[in-house]
Design a protein around this ligand. Structure first.
Ligand SMILES: Cc1cc2nc3c(=O)[nH]c(=O)nc-3n(C[C@H](O)[C@H](O)[C@H](O)COP(=O)(O)OP(=O)(O)OC[C@H]3O[C@@H](n4cnc5c(N)ncnc54)[C@H](O)[C@@H]3O)c2cc1C
Length: 606
């Protein structure tokens, strides 16, 4: 362990991050948020910070980093950076060593008592990364494991030891994608005090300008056509995946949440712990993604809208991941054996046309792409899909990195080697998402698990509420791409048309943790049923119903299961009205309606 005169500098707390992006997606797996040089092949500006040395002496410098391409290439990593202290460059280049997060040794130097300046200098703009710098007089290499970095932070970073009580709420919502936002708004408008915890600086999840997925699915259909108007209040009014930032209208989303007096928003906090007593969540703890301080938030009811089912898993709720065998639910399209395959994740991208020639490095560390396997496109859309055969939780960072790796590899081929490269001479790679857009990971299980048979045979339940409107849209690796690459990176969608189907309310609460709701892609459905329920307008309406159910819990003193057992009529009454504001709302959510589905077996509005 480093001694007490060691100096620990967290990347996310640098005075000036320059062009480096703070990336907090993978704290769970790597132990830290980190700075990422996401320059799309252009070196980003230096990250700079001042630090103070108390005791003059010789200091060893370690930086926690990793070689992010090592899993796919033996070439030198493009994710390298140099370090400059007080104007003097260290001879060592960081980022080309361990494939796992670890402390990389950069040599030693004499430091006088007093203030000093360190600069982290990116070399190539290809996703170099580091989470912390350690200057120590000890010559023992620090522990680079996830536990090791957490222990070091506790020792040297005072904020990592801070924990505050942030109050008690009627409903605590974890995750502010479409589902979480709707859950929070609908409960708050019905008089419930809500805490909304979001681990990023923007709201909207996949529909934010970070991930740039357009809202899909229909609103205002089925048994409760008033459900969904909430989306007219904050949903973007233009369609599209992988479009310019402004299309996703982040400000509109932030505005509506900040204006709601019953919502307290905790932005930049990741839910990472749950206190459970007798099968009931009493509080959650959440960690700030930059300084690692913690808050504790108590609540009567909780809603997991994290997409990944994180809160449910922390609380010990039943969950599933991967494809169920046909024998599990009797689904006609299920495989013979259960496996870990999921819908993949995507990193979308696009290029723009400039007036003059645009270069992109001819990379030697990328995937071997040929004229036959290259994608001649200007935008990486939904079907640029990775990680279907990997673990979407444990391997999330690797999956994200592979998504960037294939985007750069294909673009480099198109720009430098393709026979049609002239057509791309003025094209500039303008955006490659660095936030992993997920479709599927863990699903939390409720008293009912919705299956493909329910949907195809139209087996309805008395508590059917939110209507589906999408096909069963199951993705598989693109066969041609999969035949040419060990890790496929393109997918195909297999669409089964469906009637609009009312999802049972019992898919929206946990069967094992009594005060836990869920809304979004982590509801109680089979892998195949998620094929229709996962679209964002449907996720939003699920959130709306959860919010309304929370208000029934409050009014009638029951838990989620009690709403189904004793107060379903109350919830149904509320669903007839929905949670949107009264009065004319912008009719802005029809731009990408699906064509009418075949054999409509629409339920009449109640
Ligand atoms: C490329 C792509 C294309 C798609 N195409 C479409 C489409 O055309 N139409 C459509 O409707 N859907 C589409 N989908 C699916 C859809 O985007 C998802 O199913 C949907 O976003 C799920 O909504 P959600 O609210 O459950 O999760 P998310 O949108 O993922 O939101 C969850 C939020 O919770 C936050 N969070 C996670 N963990 C924590 C934590 N521990 N603490 C605090 N906050 C946390 C996350 O940062 C995130 O902001 C697509 C998905 C992808 C990736």
């Amino acid at each position: 362990m480093p001694d007490d005169s060691s100096i620990f500098l967290a990347g996310t707390l640098f005075d000036d991050k320059g062009g480096w992006t703070a990336d907090s997606q993978f704290i769970e797996q790597t132990g830290s948020s980190y700075l990422l040089a996401h320059g799309l092949g252009n070196p980003v500006a230096d990250a700079v910070t001042e630090f103070k040395v108390e005791r003059h002496g010789e200091y060893h410098i370690y930086i926690r980093t990793r070689n992010w391409i090592a899993g796919w290439s033996d070439a030198n990593s493009p994710g390298v950076f140099s370090v400059n202290i007080d104007g003097k460059a260290l001879p060592h280049l960081f980022g080309n060593a361990s494939p796992d997060w670890d402390w990389e040794y950069g040599g030693s130097l004499m430091l006088e008592h007093g203030r000093h300046l360190i600069k982290i200098h990116d070399l190539y703009g290809f996703d170099a990364r580091f989470d912390s710098v350690l200057l120590t007089t000890s010559d023992k290499k620090p522990d680079g494991s996830t536990e090791g970095i957490r222990a070091l932070r506790k020792k040297y970073l005072s904020s990592a030891n801070e924990e505050k009580d942030a109050g008690h709420f009627g409903l605590v919502v974890a995750g502010a994608g479409c589902a979480g936002m709707c859950a929070a708004l609908s409960a708050a408008r019905d008089g419930v005090k809500v805490a909304l915890i979001q681990d990023r600086d923007v709201l909207g999840g996949n529909n934010s300008s970070e991930v740039r997925v357009g809202l899909g699915g229909r609103l205002n259909i089925g048994k409760y056509p008033s459900l969904g108007y909430l989306l007219n209040e904050f949903g973007p009014s233009a369609k599209g995946n992988a479009r310019p930032q402004e299309i996703y209208e982040d400000d509109k989303k932030m505005d509506i949440i900040l204006k709601e007096k019953n919502i307290t928003l905790f932005l930049g906090y990741k839910v990472s712990g749950a206190e459970v007593i007798n099968g009931r969540i009493v509080s959650v703890s959440a960690e700030r993604v930059d300084d690692y301080s913690r808050i504790r938030i108590g609540g009567d009811l909780f809603a997991d809208c994290t997409g990944d089912g994180t809160l449910g898993v922390l609380a010990g709720a039943d969950w599933a991941m991967g494809r169920e065998a046909a024998s599990v639910y009797g689904e006609p399209s299920a495989p013979e054996k259960s496996d870990g395959q999921t819908l993949g994740a995507s990193l979308q991208w696009y290029c723009v046309e400039e007036d003059g020639p645009q270069e992109f490095p001819d990379i030697d560390w990328g995937l071997r792409i040929s004229e036959g396997t290259a994608q001649k496109v200007r935008r990486g859309q939904w079907y640029w899909e990775v990680g279907m055969l990997d673990d979407q939780i444990a391997e999330a960072e690797m999956i994200r990195d592979y998504g960037m790796y294939v985007a750069y590899s294909n673009w480099s081929f198109v720009k430098n080697h393709a026979s049609y490269r002239e057509e791309y001479s003025k094209s500039r790679l303008a955006w490659v998402c660095h936030v992993l857009g997920k479709r599927e990971s863990r699903r939390l299980l409720g008293p009912v698990v919705l299956t493909e048979r329910d949907l195809r045979e139209f087996r309805t339940y008395p508590d059917g509420c939110v209507s589906t409107s999408w096909y069963i849209d199951d993705h598989k690796p693109d066969p041609y791409n999969a035949a040419h690459f060990k890790d496929p990176w393109l997918s195909i969608g297999c669409l089964t048309p469906l009637d609009y189907y009312p999802i049972p309310f019992r898919c929206f609460f946990s069967r094992s943790v009594c005060n836990l709701f869920m809304a979004g892609r982590d509801i109680s459905v089979s892998h195949l049923a998620l094929g229709t329920t996962r679209v964002m307008r449907t996720c939003g309406m699920a959130g709306e119903v959860v919010g309304l159910a929370a208000s029934v819990c409050k009014a009638r003193g029951v838990l989620p299961r009690g709403v189904y057992r004793y107060c379903l009529a109350d919830l149904q009454e509320l669903m007839k009205k929905g949670a949107a504001k009264e009065g004319p709302l912008p009719d802005n959510q029809r731009f990408n309606e699906q064509k009418p589905l075949p054999t409509p077996r629409l339920l009449k509005p109640e």
